[in-house]
Ligand binder design. Structure first.
Ligand SMILES: Nc1nc2c(c(=O)[nH]1)N[C@H]1C(S)=C(S)[C@@H](COP(=O)(O)OP(=O)(O)OC[C@H]3O[C@@H](n4cnc5c(=O)[nH]c(N)nc54)[C@H](O)[C@@H]3O)O[C@H]1N2
Ligand SMILES: Nc1nc2c(c(=O)[nH]1)N[C@H]1C(S)=C(S)[C@@H](COP(=O)(O)OP(=O)(O)OC[C@H]3O[C@@H](n4cnc5c(=O)[nH]c(N)nc54)[C@H](O)[C@@H]3O)O[C@H]1N2
Ligand SMILES: [Mo]
Length: 784
């Protein structure tokens, strides 16, 4: 497979995020995807009332949107979906799956939209066209032959509330709670952590809070690439002189400076907005120590204020009335010396005190965070530590304050709300049973990591994928691939071809669905959908573009088809009526979850949608003790697989990241503009001292090897070293290429989120292969 790439190079990026670079990137992808005619019209409808909800991130959609309410990456996602390229049955005539397995993630998806239902033919090693009716009948037959707990029903977080509700109902009527979803690899640490601490599994901040906040903290989230529309409320906040304090091992451009690409004045002027007023390059996994340091400083300030008989720094009234666990928490913080905290955080005492001082002066503080917190061995404690910080000054349940996890997929939060979970205790079982006339299985099902383990030990034999790219998203790629290929049944509902489709198992179907941007007409009637964003706000939307092929079916119709071919009809779910009229699905959702979804049919069209009720935002704490809880982490280390210190000086902590040119496993291109990388993804970002100390030089080729469980060889490469502004002992490289390095068992305690941000690795000299050589970064570019 030959692909022409612009010459690879590395040149530190000096401009702000947004600006002309962003406008240029949008034009580029529209041109490349030949989507110049369809996409600009579509973009005008993006995130608008009666338009479509962006397929990219889950950031909130304002009630009074900008004329162009989309960002560079949302535009890329739209162009990628509306591409005029097609992956039709003729394509599969030309290529066997064995051959396609050598293609890159980029090349597979870039080839275009899937157009026909396909079934794998083992004899010719090809996907062959089939009819929908044959596909449903064949899948139904396979599902009936398996026992329900041998099958897993995965959902990537894009499917609408309507589709997700139907999907979980189907899995449960079939007889299993095996409902893993992408949030198991993402914000499950949030769902577990916040539920224990404040009694809700989601964040408490809404868009309106941005207008009232007087201080924002940012931990481990790359806003410029992964939720760029949030840069607008951040910019507004900065115009009000709101301090923004960032903790991130690397200096992400979107967190430094921003030019609004939709503002003509800013685009021509020299001014950009400084986003972060303090930027702390914390060591990977050092946040718990950094926050402890801040708390230690706050406790000292509070004591001296009380001695001086001035206003205390902590909100003692709030702490006494609303919380428990405070004394134990204080004792734990005081147990750690400043030296220990400085060493672990990789920050000076002064830096932690500076952050604490601004916190202490502010009345309405928000904490925003992402994967840099959740994807660690102690991801749950990380989240809880952020809550602890907020509770000290009553910063939850007041306007302009609160906790703000930035969710990933556009409906990942909503899927959970309508029952996609492996835990039947989290769904209203009684209501489902009485409304739909079947018994919800009682046995807890499998989440993502459990599903992988069960594939390895052979107890899971069937997989249904509602979107996503499971095999590429999960850890331990090289161990998982053979298990995946050994499945009896593999059904994938998708818009584009990806690696999960290329190791098909015994019986496999690849079912092409409508994308979100496309018009969904059922028997002549245009259908609308709904989703829940990262701030718990529920919106209606509608696809508008002409579908990529007349063979595509909606996800809703596909689930209905499979359900009808599988179940015996004794369940009282009107699959066919639901397929014809999604308002009926919404009515059922409202019956099962009335407190959230009552009168949904009208409320979802209110400007900005409607908010689900959140007890914590009203200072009602639905926790075990009825209080908001200070939960004390048992240790400072976020990764206890390899003890830091002199014994393991050759071990580097690797974080696996997204570039600015990808959406998860979807690689739009080989540029990571803000980080200065062009034309390649085969790089590892390292601290200069580590590079030299370990005997390497900038531009050298290395293989990365996982430094735990040496009996299993986990290795990737060749990759080129880029000397980068990152703390000593830390390195970064791209996801999903580095997933083979993450052991399946290396996950966050309790949430089981793979610890993709702290993988202990060693480096080994190697030579580039021809593919890598073609994308080598010239050495002179490395001089920084
Ligand atoms: N364009 C685009 N948008 C996306 C996505 C995409 O791939 N592309 N993906 C979507 C999805 S599903 C998700 S979950 C989100 C992901 O969005 P993010 O949460 O931003 O995820 P990552 O890109 O993995 O980057 C995590 C950030 O955490 C920092 N970090 C890593 N380790 C640590 C640490 O130990 N401490 C601290 N303080 N920081 C750390 C990294 O430097 C990086 O800036 O974005 C969503 N939006
Ligand atoms: N090492 C490492 N691993 C990670 C992460 C990390 O930071 N580091 N991040 C984790 C996170 S946060 C997440 S969320 C997961 C992502 O895991 P997934 O959600 O499983 O993966 P995606 O890459 O988002 O899925 C892309 C595929 O979705 C399909 N698709 C796109 N649009 C639609 C649609 O409208 N309908 C349907 N049915 N299919 C569609 C396309 O075929 C496309 O190939 O990866 C996780 N894995
Ligand atoms: Mo995610």
């Amino acid at each position: 497979m030959s692909l022409i790439h612009p010459a690879a190079h590395y040149r530190p990026y000096t401009s702000a995020s947004g600006g002309w670079g962003s406008a240029h990137a949008v034009m580029n992808i529209l041109w490349r995807e030949q989507a110049l005619f369809s996409t600009p019209a579509a973009l005008l409808k993006q995130n608008k009332p009666k338009g479509f909800a962006c397929v990219s991130c889950a950031w909130a959609k304002p009630g009074n949107p900008h004329a162009l309410e989309f960002c560079e990456n949302g535009a890329k996602a739209t162009a990628w979906e509306l591409t005029s390229s097609k992956t039709s049955p003729a394509f599969f005539e030309e290529h066997t799956l064995t051959e396609l397995r050598d293609w890159t993630d980029y090349a597979l998806e870039q080839h275009g939209r899937l157009t026909h239902p396909l079934r794998y033919d083992a004899e010719t090693d090809r996907y062959r066209p089939t009819t929908w009716e044959q596909a449903f009948a064949g899948i139904g037959e396979q599902l009936k032959a398996l026992s329900p707990d041998e099958v897993v029903f995965y959902a990537s977080g894009r499917a609408s509330l309507e589709t997700s509700f139907m999907y979980q109902l189907f899995a449960r009527a079939y007889g299993t709670n095996n409902l893993p979803d992408s949030s198991n690899m993402c914000h499950e640490s949030t769902s577990v952590g916040l539920q224990e601490s404040i009694g809700v599994p989601v964040g408490t901040v809404t868009l309106a809070d941005f207008e009232h906040t007087d201080c924002i903290f940012f931990f481990g989230q790359n806003v410029g690439s992964n939720s760029p529309r949030m840069l607008h409320p951040l910019q507004e906040a900065r115009k009000r002189h709101v301090p923004i304090i960032t903790f991130n091992p690397i200096r992400e451009r979107g967190l430094e400076r921003f030019v609004n690409p939709q503002s003509p004045v800013e685009m021509v002027g020299p001014e950009s907005t400084v986003i972060s007023t303090q930027y702390h390059q914390v060591a990977i996994g050092g946040d718990m120590a950094a926050v402890m340091g801040m708390v230690k400083a706050l406790l000292a300030m509070d004591r001296s204020a009380i001695e001086r008989q001035t206003e205390p720094v902590l909100d003692h009234g709030f702490i006494a009335e609303h919380t428990d666990g405070f004394e134990e928490f204080v004792a734990e913080v005081e147990r750690h010396s400043w030296e220990a905290l400085e060493r672990r955080a990789g920050l000076s005492r002064g830096a932690m005190e500076a952050a604490a001082t601004v916190y202490a002066r502010s009345e309405r503080v928000m904490v925003i965070y992402g994967m840099g917190m959740t994807q660690h061995r102690h991801g749950v404690e990380n989240v809880q530590m952020l809550v602890n910080l907020l509770l000290l000054r009553g910063n939850i349940g007041k306007t302009g304050a609160g906790i703000c996890p930035v969710r990933g997929h556009s409906n990942v939060q909503g899927q959970r709300t309508v029952g996609i979970t492996e835990d039947p205790a989290k769904v209203p079982v009684d209501k489902i049973e009485s409304l739909f006339g079947f018994k919800v299985p009682q046995r807890k099902g499998l989440a993502t990591v459990d599903s992988c383990e069960a594939m390895l030990d052979g107890s899971v034999k069937g997989f249904i994928g509602l979107g996503g790219n499971f095999l590429r998203a999960i850890p331990d790629t090289h161990r998982m691939e053979p298990a995946w290929a050994g499945l009896t049944l593999n059904v994938q509902v998708a818009t584009k071809l990806n690696r999960s489709h290329l190791l098909p198992g015994k019986q496999a179907w690849l079912l092409p669905c409508l994308g979100r941007i496309e018009l969904d007409c059922q028997e002549g009637v245009e259908q609308v959908y709904s989703t829940e964003d990262s701030t718990g706000c529920i919106h209606g939307w509608q696809g508008r573009a002409a579908p990529a092929s007349d063979q595509l079916r909606s996800e809703t119709a596909i689930i209905a088809g499979i359900a009808q071919a599988t179940l015996d009809g004794s369940e009282r779910v009107p699959w066919d009526a639901w397929r014809r009229d999604y308002a009926q699905i919404r009515a059922a959702i409202a019956q099962v979850y009335p407190e959230i979804f009552h009168d949904m049919e009208t409320r979802m069209w209110a400007p900005g949608g409607f908010h689900r009720p959140l007890a914590a935002a009203q200072r009602q704490w639905k926790t075990e003790t009825g209080k908001a809880r200070f939960i004390t982490a048992r240790h400072l280390d976020e990764d206890d697989d390899v003890s830091s210190g002199d014994g393991a000086r050759d071990v580097i902590q690797l974080m696996t990241l997204r570039s600015n040119d990808q959406f998860n496993t979807t690689v739009y291109g080989y540029n990571d503009r803000f980080r200065g990388v062009h034309g390649t993804r085969s790089v590892v970002f390292m601290n200069r001292n580590d590079v030299v100390r370990l005997g390497f030089a900038a531009g050298d080729w290395v293989r990365l090897r996982t430094a735990v469980e040496p009996e299993v060889r986990r290795e990737v490469g060749p990759m080129q070293i880029i000397v980068y502004d990152i703390p000593e002992g830390c390195a970064a490289a791209y996801y999903p290429e580095c997933n083979p390095l993450v052991p399946l068992w290396h996950y966050a305690e309790r949430s089981k989120v793979p610890a993709a941000k702290s993988v202990p690795v060693t480096l080994h000299a190697t030579l580039p292969d021809t593919q890598a050589q073609a994308r080598a970064v010239p050495l002179q570019d490395q001089v920084i």
